[in-house]
Design a protein around this ligand. Structure first.
Ligand SMILES: [Zn+2]
Length: 158
């Protein structure tokens, strides 16, 4: 039994914030604004898994007005979502993630992000794809005002 899930997330860039993408810290890069650490990649990942299991959206599980989640490491949100998935008897079959950013070059960090996401999702590296795009100078993402991530995941009944 397989179930598919999808999610997209976008956060605006903000001076003075640290940048985390896929749980990887980008030293010296302008970060993203948000209630948590604003890791747009992990948010898309976590919510796509919720979507596959029809468990609602990320904001319902982790409200952004809850002080508990202020500046929280988004890896913890992914771990919580993986607990929900395993309680339902599901594991990750494979996941395909796209990250759109004009403000940082992602290519040198892709492998580290894949390794990190694979570890969080308790799956093999070959089951985690991360692709980068620059958005070709179009709109707020292409003009380096925001970073967007999309995730599509296939969950498999254990
Ligand atoms: Zn988010």
């Amino acid at each position: 039994m397989y179930r598919i899930g999808f999610s997209e997330d976008i956060h605006p860039l903000k001076e003075g914030r640290k940048l985390f993408l896929g749980g990887v810290y980008f030293d010296g890069a302008v970060g993203l604004d948000g209630h948590s650490d604003a890791d747009v990649v992990l948010h898309a990942v976590a919510e796509s898994i919720l979507g596959a299991l029809a468990l609602g959206d990320l904001g319902t599980h982790f409200p952004d007005n809850d002080p508990k989640y202020k500046d929280i490491d988004s890896s913890l949100l992914v771990k919580e979502v993986m607990k929900l998935a395993s309680n339902k008897g599901y594991e990750v079959n494979n996941i395909d993630i796209q990250v759109a950013s004009a403000s940082v070059r992602l290519a040198p960090h892709i492998l580290k992000m894949r390794e990190n996401v694979a570890k969080l999702l308790k799956t093999d590296l070959e089951n985690v794809s991360i692709k980068a795009m620059s958005f070709n100078k179009v709109g707020p993402i292409g003009e380096a005002k925001a970073i967007k991530a999309s995730s599509i995941v296939l969950m498999k009944k254990i």
